[in-house]
Design a protein around this ligand. Structure first.
Ligand code: NAI
Length: 337
């Protein structure tokens, strides 16, 4: 299928080209993001399919221009779909597919990496030892064993994360609109959001970004958290009210913050800005805290996940082209709530 692939990084291209040997789609790779500007539309014109990633924006504006130009399919090469106007897509008869699962373990394991780095300060130890500083002063952490971990959203990633934390000897509390019987059987205890915030030593977010979950971590929910607790967000930036979290860190109430996603990340992430003046004062403030770690949306980034992403995306496109049922379709009526 003739497809315009947006936001292409070198690794996207190599994994897609290798996997496409089994499919034979006609792929055109663009480095640019699909954003709210005419250039994104100009590049996509004439393609029956576009392939987009987390920070591409496919708005009502794009869809109304691209539908008459022949757009029929939006292939998201990610699990989240908050960046596509599904309502307009459905109205215009444009189908939307995604990659619902590509190694949930990759993201769950990265959440653990953030927890352990914040806790045991391995990033600081690396630099200290290289500089000949073998002191342990200010390096103490805590045993994760026996701690209470709160998990918001126990879908594929949340479940993988629950299992890791159970394996480390933690008590796991969870909140989900659809609790999982399988998780309950394994020892996860479902409670209200409020109870989860007030009892957990570590809170990890694994729900999608929807109008309901937008700023689920806000001034009042952050205030409910235990003093000194840890918050981890590997899901979507918009789940956390960044200004509120900065205030909570400044007052010392929140003990640790680990972010793989950030509300304004589309202006920063997936690019090398090391020689550029960062104009975003909010991320600069976040990075100034000694108890905050930010990674640039890399939780998914394992070889296993990249292979799976390429395979499922190309399979979704092949199924559409062949008129088969789209098992990974995202439909407005199913997600509007
Ligand atoms: P999933 O669809 O399997 O699970 C999401 C869970 O959240 C479901 O159990 C659902 O019932 C629950 N949920 C929905 N609304 C809720 C609400 N209002 N309150 C509580 N729970 C709610 O999704 P999966 O695969 O586990 O992914 C979760 C999120 O992780 C994705 O939406 C995406 O935003 C993020 N993600 C981040 C990646 C990264 O590299 N940082 C990579 C892949 C996904």
């Amino acid at each position: 299928m003739k497809t315009a692939v947006f936001s292409t990084q070198p690794y996207d291209r190599s994994f897609f080209e290798a996997e496409n040997l089994h499919f034979g789609h006609e792929l055109t790779f663009f480095e640019s993001r699909m954003k709210s500007q005419p250039e994104g539309i100009a590049l996509a014109e004439g393609y029956p399919a576009i392939c987009v990633f987390v920070n591409d924006k496919v708005t009502d504006f794009h869809l109304r221009h691209l539908a008459p130009a022949g757009l029929k399919l939006i292939a998201l090469r990610c699990a989240g779909f908050n960046n596509v106007d599904l309502k307009t897509a459905q109205e215009l008869g444009i189908r939307v597919v995604r990659v619902p699962a590509y190694s949930p373990h990759a993201v769950a394991e990265h959440a653990l990496a953030l927890i352990m780095t914040l806790n045991r300060k391995t990033h600081k130890a690396y630099n200290r030892v290289r500089e000949g500083n073998f002191s342990l002063v200010r390096m103490e952490g805590f045993d994760v064993f026996g701690k209470t971990v709160g998990v918001i959203g126990t879908g594929k990633i949340g479940q993988a994360f629950c299992q890791i934390m159970l394996g480390m000897g933690c008590s796991v509390l969870a909140y989900d609109t659809y609790p999982s019987e399988e998780m309950t059987a394994k020892g996860v205890v479902y409670v209200s959001k409020e109870e989860l915030f007030s009892r957990s030593d570590i809170v990890s977010l694994h729900c999608p970004l929807t109008p309901e979950t937008h700023h689920i971590m806000n001034k009042s929910s952050l205030a409910l958290m235990k003093p000194g607790a840890m918050l981890i967000n590997t899901s979507r930036g918009g789940l956390v009210d960044t200004q509120a979290v900065i205030e909570t860190l400044k007052h010392g109430h929140l003990g640790y913050l680990g972010l793989d996603v950030y509300e304004q990340e589309e202006k920063l992430f997936f690019r090398d800005l090391s020689e550029t003046v960062i104009e975003d004062d909010t991320i600069a403030r976040l990075m100034s805290f000694p108890n905050v770690i930010v990674t640039a949306h890399q939780a998914f980034f394992t070889r296993n996940a990249l292979t799976q992403i390429a395979h499922t995306t190309l399979q979704n496109m092949a199924d559409f082209e062949a008129g088969k049922a789209l098992v990974n379709e995202v439909k407005w009526e199913n997600v509007k709530g």
